[in-house]
Design a protein around this ligand. Structure first.
Ligand code: PMP
Length: 349
């Protein structure tokens, strides 16, 4: 059963969605060029430096602002998306928020098809940017009329001139990182980066960054995928994935087209307890409020730094802000319900 929230309201104009008088061009210019900060406390004594690329600093709060802008601009250039044309995407998270923000700034109404498990904070962000949100059964199989992609296809067919970015297949997704994120990392480390760590959802982040950093370094930068339990990317059995935006339960033939597995040197599979302990330490010890997939990548980066030659420079992507996860990752009830134990709890036993 498909339902529409917000009484099916249409996306509004920028002036109504964002602060009146806000300069859309100025907000768009704030996408990318994110800070790269060293983890002083967490990497103390490791003999190597661990940096995090704070994608939480993008105006919509995540790395997906880059992807959304890249895909929208490419479609405008190719003519697939005409001025005022509607953007329709099925997404359970940040891509929807990124598209909602970029759509509002570039004059395109946005429809996001999503599932019940979306956090209340992410839903609020979609509403704030004026997206129309369509709920469907996220677990509906591909041959069901309630399947998210099927619903998105139906809505696209109903709206003249509507366009679907299809982030899993769209080369403008990894290109955002090949042309943006990775050159920034290269410059910010003055070419000294030795290891790059990212989670894999669509694979756009790791493929775009991985390709650029391998090319620039003559193959010297090691590219490491951080994978949660329940994901098959790192060779595990499919199961519940408790880290938003990363991992995959589909068999290999169905992996996203934009994910170039050949660019990765290896995967590290990180237990949920370690992901969430690292996430809470990032907040408590480093003052960084980040989302769970940042706990995943930083936990993996710390493992890498522990084993790497002295003086290595490890860069981990922090995909999004912690403010969208107060009801989940930072809520003791949610953690207990999901059997996640922080190292501090374990120490108290
Ligand atoms: N972390 C979060 C929170 C995300 O929303 C995403 C995007 N799905 C990722 C990591 C992974 O990024 P990518 O899709 O580029 O692999």
């Amino acid at each position: 059963m498909t339902t529409v929230t917000g009484s099916g309201r249409q996306a509004r104009h920028v002036g109504q969605v964002l602060d009146p008088g806000m300069d859309a061009g100025a907000v768009l210019a704030r996408v990318g060029n994110t800070p790269l900060v060293p983890l002083d406390v967490l990497s103390r004594g490791l003999g190597s430096t661990v940096f995090v690329k704070l994608e939480s600093e993008n105006p919509g709060g995540s790395i997906k602002d880059r992807t959304a802008l890249s895909m929208v601009r490419a479609a405008e250039r190719s003519g697939e998306l005409q001025p005022g044309g509607t953007i329709v995407e099925s997404t359970s998270g940040n891509t929807g928020i990124g598209l909602a923000l970029i759509g509002a700034l570039t004059g395109h109404p946005v429809v996001v098809v999503t599932g019940d498990s979306i956090s209340s904070e992410k839903l609020e962000a979609l509403n704030r940017y004026g997206a129309r949100v369509v709920f469907t059964d996220w677990s509906a199989p591909s041959d069901s009329p309630d399947n998210a992609r099927a619903v998105a296809a139906r809505i696209t067919a109903e709206i003249p001139g509507a366009w679907r970015p299809l982030q899993f297949d769209n080369p403008a997704n990894p290109r955002a990182h090949y042309e943006g994120t990775a050159p920034e990392i290269w410059e910010q480390t003055a070419g000294r980066v030795t290891h790059f760590v990212a989670g894999v959802g669509t694979g756009g982040t790791i493929s775009g960054n991985g390709r650029y950093l391998k090319e620039k370094s003559g193959g010297h930068v090691e590219v490491i995928g951080a994978d949660p339990y329940g994901s098959v990317y790192s060779g595990g059995h499919p199961g519940p994935i408790l880290v938003d935006g990363v991992g995959n339960s589909w068999p290999k033939p169905d992996w996203p087209k934009v994910f170039d597995r050949g660019l990765l040197d290896r995967f590290l599979r990180i237990p949920n307890d370690e992901v969430y302990t690292t996430l809470h330490r990032l907040l408590n010890d480093e003052g960084l409020s980040l989302g769970p997939s940042s706990g995943l990548t930083v936990a993996a980066a710390l493992r890498v730094a522990r084993a790497a030659p002295h003086g290595s420079v490890v860069v981990a992507i922090a995909p999004d802000t912690g403010s969208n996860y107060q009801s989940k990752a930072f809520n003791p009830v949610w953690l207990a319900d999901n059997h996640i134990r922080l190292a501090t709890d374990l120490a108290e036993d």
